[in-house]
Design a protein around this ligand. Structure first.
Ligand code: FES
Length: 120
């Protein structure tokens, strides 16, 4: 099972292969900013790729719309678009200062299911 390391938080979490960074992070209370809860519309869930770039999919059109075409400079991606295929190390540039883990019950909105449908 791939591992996601959040460098600034000094934290590593499990992520089933094919799950998004965003979904794995939410499940384990990692503070990734969001307004759309993983639907790819807010552009807030940015992470910086520090290692493991080859274990992530190519930059998507959704990401280009929100972040421009500057990945080769910024190394920023949208965590909700990143299906993990192997170990990666990430930064969270937009995390609140001093953020660690969310308290239980915060951000408990349900994630969209496959195909973007809301879970029942
Ligand atoms: S969570 Fe809104 S774009 Fe990723």
């Amino acid at each position: 099972m791939p591992l996601i390391t959040f460098d600034a938080l000094d934290m590593t979490i499990d992520c089933p292969e094919g799950e998004t960074v965003f979904a794995a992070a939410r499940r384990q209370s990692v503070p990734i900013p969001t307004a759309c809860v993983g639907r790819g519309t807010c552009g807030l869930c940015r992470v910086k790729i520090l290692a493991g770039e080859a274990n992530l999919p190519p930059v998507s059109e959704v990401e280009k719309r929100h972040l421009g075409n500057t990945y080769f400079i910024t190394k920023l991606r949208l965590s909700c678009q990143l299906k993990v295929m192997g170990d990666v190390t990430l930064g969270i540039p937009d995390a609140p200062r001093g953020a660690k883990l969310l308290p239980l019950g915060v951000g408990s909105a349900k994630l969209p299911g496959p195909g973007g449908r809301s879970p029942k």
